[in-house]
Design a protein around this ligand. Structure first.
Ligand code: LLP
Length: 417
């Protein structure tokens, strides 16, 4: 059952009225349900309980340290992609031995920071990166624990911007070259081969691409083990989709049931990197209507959240359900574009959407905004980024203050010439 629900015609997050948060904290504001976060994490733990596993939360989905801390308390690790993420994860109490580091462009200082922290493994994405990591580890007098990110060339059947496991993608090392890269890695003096990694894409709504990719990787693991390589960790990436509209992605338990037999057979510690499926449906973006506007062609609802606050609709034409925070009886329905105040035609949260007649000043909730929402927010048009709030039962607390207009130019300097 969703913890975002109506009671007496008013939208609640857990036992907190969404309107009361908007009135007190202001809008736009991201609002998360702690219980939803906890229960989706618990669902992963339970679903994969039969295989030794680590849930390394893909913190790019939502890097708020309060959320990281919550998952860390539940035993979670982190999948990171930058030194900034390493810093936040450690500040939030994620154990370094539960951190995996992916990304095609790791720089030397980032590698050094992660080596000093003592992370579980680097998911290495190219030949050059392997050599550079070997050199950085050598300078520090340590051995870098490494998995190669292998590209299984499987179509994840999702938006092309978030497909990552195809041959033409910038990610990973091609399947064909993987054996020789592993042999090379095993010979490097400051590299310690520990695992294998793949991640084929995001917002996957079918089990088959997961099975296809993992089957290919399992064959490779067999060959690597036969060559005497100590593959103890199998990082299967993230990517499980959520319901934004009418998608019917597999449940976490269904995914686990489908892939566990394969995972058990191989006998590695399995690392999962879920992002969206942990946080996506645990958050909404609350926005206030500024104006309604009618042209000869269209009706617009102009709200105070824009593409800078939630870029997914503009960037991927992603669908996010939008609902009034207070239901009113006898409202006619109109087809509208819900747009923000940003000076771009691409600034919209919904296009051609049937909504009950919306009035200026009323509140709307943009649903399924917990993943890649605040995380991708910017200050475009000099708009401070929104506050983030976490509800727990009848309480709520600000987990990130709204940026101020002073914050916007805080790091800028006037030239002296
Ligand atoms: N592991 C790796 C190596 C990744 O690159 C990603 C996501 C994940 C795990 C987590 O995937 P998830 O479980 O969240 O699907 N901004 C896009 C999504 C980009 C995903 C990037 N990588 C969006 O808003 O849909």
């Amino acid at each position: 059952m969703s913890l975002f629900y109506y009671k007496g015609g008013r939208l609640y997050c857990e036992s907190v009225s969404v309107e009361s948060v908007a009135d007190t904290i202001g809008t736009p504001v991201y609002l998360y349900s702690r219980e939803t976060l906890k229960s989706s994490f618990a669902e992963y733990q339970e679903a994969f309980s039969e295989v030794p596993h680590l849930i390394a939360y893909a913190m790019k989905a939502n890097a708020n340290t309060a959320i990281l801390q919550l998952f860390a308390h539940e035993g979670g690790g982190a999948d990171i992609v930058s030194e900034g993420e390493l810093y936040a994860a450690m500040k939030a109490g994620v154990e370094p031995q539960k951190i995996v580091f992916a990304g095609v462009g790791k720089r030397q200082p980032e590698m050094a920071a992660a080596l000093k922290a003592g992370i579980l493994m680097f998911n290495v994405e190219s030949k050059q990166e392997l050599d550079v990591l070997n050199a950085v580890a050598g300078r520090l007098g340590v051995k870098a624990p490494v998995a190669l990110r292998v590209n299984p060339d499987v179509n994840p059947k999702t938006h092309h911007y978030i497909s990552t496991g195809l041959k033409k993608s910038k990610f990973g090392i091609a399947m064909e070259g993987a054996l020789s890269q592993y042999q090379k890695a095993a010979r490097l003096p400051h590299i310690r081969v520990v695992g294998i990694h793949s991640h084929i894409g995001s917002q996957l709504t079918q089990v088959k691409p997961f099975i296809d990719a993992l089957t290919r990787i399992s064959h490779l693991i067999g060959k690597l083990k036969a060559m005497g390589l100590p593959i103890s960790h199998w990082d299967i990436g993230g990517g499980l989709g959520i319901t934004y509209n009418e998608e019917t992605p597999p449940k976490i338990t269904d995914l686990a049931a489908a892939i566990s037999p394969l995972l058990k057979k191989i006998g590695c510690t399995v690392i999962l990197e879920p992002g969206r499926s942990l946080v996506g449906n645990a958050g909404i973006l609350v926005t206030r209507v500024i104006y309604t506007k009618e042209t000869t062609e269209k009706r617009f609802v102009v709200v105070d959240a824009g593409m800078n606050d939630l870029i997914r609709p503009s960037l991927y034409e992603a669908y996010h359900d939008i609902v009034p925070v207070t239901k009113r009886r006898r409202r006619r329905s109109y087809v509208v574009d819900v747009v923000g105040p940003v000076c771009e035609s691409g600034d919209f949260l919904a296009k051609e959407r049937a909504l009950p007649s919306i009035q200026p000043d009323e509140l709307l909730a943009v649903k399924s905004a917990g993943a890649y929402g605040f995380a991708m927010a910017s200050c475009y048009n000099s708009r401070p980024r929104p506050a983030e709030v976490m509800a727990s039962g009848a309480k709520y607390t600000v987990i990130r203050e709204r940026e101020s207009i002073e914050d916007l130019i805080r790091l800028e300097r006037m030239p002296t010439f």
